[in-house]
Each structure stands twice: as C-alpha cells, then as structure tokens.
Design a protein around this ligand. Structure first.
Ligand code: COA
Length: 368
C-alpha cells in the first residue's frame, strides 16, 4: 500500500507481484539503498560502456561517454586503458598520395585475392600514379579518413561533368567496418552541395560489402558489366573510319552522348583528347562513336553496335585491367568473346538520382 493510502495505491497491492516488489523497495533501509544506488550506478556505467562499444563498431566513432584519450574511468574510480580512437574526415592533400596509394593497392589486392581475381592495380606504383593524377585534377574532390592520427582510407568525387562519379574508395583492411559509409556519405553530401545530385559508380560484382553499402545509400543497380581484356581484334568495318579525336570533335561527341545517355561527358572527353587516347569513329561523314580510351578509366559511346565494334577494332590496345562491356549487350559481348577477348571479372554499374536507359551502345568507365 502506498504511503498516502490512496485507493489507487491500495488497488495496486496484493496479487500483482511485480508492482508489489517495486513498491517494497521503499521499505529498504538506508544501507540497502546505498548499496542499491551503487549497483545501479555500476550497471548504468557498464551499459554505457557496452553501448559505446557497439556504437563505435557501427559508426567508427568514439562511443558516447568515453573520452577521446582512450581511458575510461569506471564507477569505482578504476581506469581502464583502451585503444579507442575517433574517426575524422578531412580534405585530401597531395602529401597524402603515398599513404593513400599503399591503402588503395592493399585494399584492392587483399579483396581480389580473397575472391581469386587478379588485382585491379598490378603494383603500388600504379596506385601511386593514380593518386598523383587525382590530386592534380581540379575537378576531383577528395576526402581522407584518419583514425588516431593515422590515414586509414580515402574517397574521390569526379565533378567535371553533369553526372558526378565516385571512386576509388578504399579503406585499409584492418580499419574496415564503418569507415566506408562515412567516406561515401561525405562525397554524396559534397555532390549535393555542388548541385550534382545525380551520382554514379561501378563496383566489382563479387564485392558484397560495397554492393550492400551503395544500395543502402540509395544507389540502384543499372547494368551488369564484364571487364574484357586481351588483344583488341584488328577488325575493320567498311565505311567506318576510326581516327584520333580532337577538340573539334567535342560538340559532335557531346551531341552523341546526350542522344544515347541524356547528358554529356565533355570534360572527360577533353581529358582523353589531351592524353592522346581519345578516338572517334566516322560513318557517312558523321561522328557515330567515340572513346576517351579503351580501358578501365575510359568511356565510349556509339550510335549502334557496329560503330562500337569499329571503335574496339580500331583501338590498337586496351589500357589497364580492361574495358567494361554491358553484358546485356549480347551481340557485342559475343563478338568480343569470339574475337579472342577474355572476361576478367564481373562488375556492376550503379546510379543514384537521374538515370536514362541508354539509347545506343556504350562502354562505361570504372567511374560510370
Ligand atoms: C568497400 C569499402 C570501402 C567499404 O568500407 P567498409 O568500412 O568496409 O564499409 P562499411 O562497414 O562502412 O559499410 C558496409 C555496409 O554494408 C553492410 N554489409 C557488408 N557486407 C554485407 C553483406 N554481405 N550483406 C549485407 N550488408 C552488408 C554493412 O553492414 C555496412 O552497412 P551499414 O553502413 O548500414 O552498417 C572497403 O571494404 C574496401 O576498401 N574494400 C576494398 C576496396 C574496394 O572494394 N573498394 C570499392 C570499390 S567499388
């Protein structure tokens, strides 16, 4: 019965054992109360500690109530030393290139080896070359993740054309788990800030982690891809002339890209022209296809499969691990396979925001 003797209190006593036992706590003597208080404080702090650990594992950040010093004072004044470090993000700097190249090379090599695929970067130097290129490109935004003052990962957003591209994103194998999400959220926020909500990327189809992460962040699977490598077949299609692209081709290529994809990629095309890698295929006096480079970092657009195959036939070489062919394009896929090219690995084109089903033939780059 409650001390105020109210009918409500009276009605809660008796057979309702749970409430009765709570009510009985008021009968504890001061010594019992003191012990109970100590026990409750102990339990509360233990719960904070555990939820902090869970939160840290999930978010990659230091748990609530745990000072950044990595030392936690228990309720009895005990100090527990822990290797607790918080995650910070900051823009990348050219002097990060060396450590980021190490992480990039190791992260991909470790993942690919686990799935018995060749590494995307044959050695660390190639990854270093990519990092140097990225830091030297004003249209590429970079973000670096640090844990305990140590660089543990990075991500890049390519902003030079209407559709933004993401990658490469890499996290040191020992730091994976929560860091990738933070790096992705950062570049997506950056794209939104820039008024570029339409973002795309390509992921290795065997990478269950990245496929899940991107899907959770709003990306949709758009196109299954096959990375193709080998010696490009030197097939010539009568009436289709392949030649190096120049700046004068930019408008025709932009028109073609808009016709097939609904947007242009002139910035990337001009990059390919500057590097001497871009080519166009001309038929009936018109540009009916172009490639910025037949390889991992190049994209190609063509009016139809004949123009696309003419580009592949006239490329002379395939750069990097291979070029990316939409495997739903059975005609071009079979043509490549019957002309000696080999599938290196399956990948997936994913998009967030606007996406038009292509009206023509295309080869995405490793960005999109
Ligand atoms: C891909 C990579 C950057 C991701 O970083 P990470 O720190 O491992 O990723 P995160 O833990 O932040 O995110 C993975 C998410 O997918 C979920 N996930 C992972 N595997 C999953 C699976 N098999 N099924 C369902 N969900 C899965 C995780 O639970 C997590 O979701 P959450 O953010 O909602 O908790 C990192 O693994 C890496 O560097 N890999 C090697 C290089 C690489 O493949 N880069 C990507 C190229 S496309």
């Amino acid at each position: 019965m409650r001390r105020d003797g109210s009918p409500l209190a009276a009605s809660q006593t008796g057979p309702r054992r749970g409430r009765g036992s709570l009510a009985n706590k008021t009968d504890l003597n001061p010594e019992d109360l003191s012990r109970l208080h100590f026990l409750l404080v102990l339990l509360r702090d233990a719960a904070d500690f555990v939820s902090g650990l869970v939160g840290e594992a999930a978010s990659g950040s230091a748990p609530a109530g745990v000072p950044g010093s990595g030392r936690w004072s228990g309720p009895a004044g005990a100090v527990i030393s822990r290797t607790m470090t918080s995650l910070t993000l900051r823009p990348g700097r050219p002097d990060d290139a060396g450590s980021l190249a190490d992480i990039c090379y190791t992260a991909f090599a470790t993942l690919n080896a686990r799935h018995h695929f060749p590494p995307d970067f044959p050695n660390r130097d190639v990854a270093a070359g990519l990092m140097a290129f990225l830091f030297g490109n004003p249209n590429v935004y970079s973000v670096v993740a640090e844990q305990g003052g140590r660089v543990v990962g990075s991500n890049f957003l390519w902003t030079g054309d209407p559709i933004a591209g993401v990658g490469p994103i890499t996290v040191a194998p020992e730091a994976q788990g929560g860091v990738g999400r933070r790096l992705m959220e950062d570049v997506l926020a950056r794209a939104a800030e820039r008024g570029q909500p339409n973002v795309r990327l390509v992921q290795a189809a065997f990478n269950t982690t990245s496929m899940s992460l991107y899907t959770k962040l709003g990306f949709d699977v758009r196109e299954p891809l096959a990375c193709m490598n080998g010696t490009p077949p030197a097939v010539v299609f009568p009436g289709y002339a392949v030649r190096p692209a120049t700046a004068d081709d930019a408008a025709a290529c932009a028109d073609l890209c808009r016709r097939v994809h609904g947007h242009d990629r002139t910035g990337e095309l001009m990059g390919g022209v500057a590097q001497g890698a871009a080519k166009v295929v001309v038929h009936g006096g018109k540009v009916v296809g172009y490639t910025t480079d037949l390889g991992f970092f190049g994209h190609s657009v063509a009016l139809d499969n004949v123009a696309l195959m003419a580009l592949i036939g006239g490329a002379g070489r395939i750069s990097g691990p291979g070029f990316l062919l939409p495997s739903r394009n059975g005609e071009a896929f079979r043509w490549c396979l019957t002309h000696g090219l080999r599938v290196v690995q399956p990948l997936t084109l994913m998009s967030r925001g606007l996406y038009n089903e292509p009206r023509g033939a295309f080869l995405p780059s490793i960005l999109f």
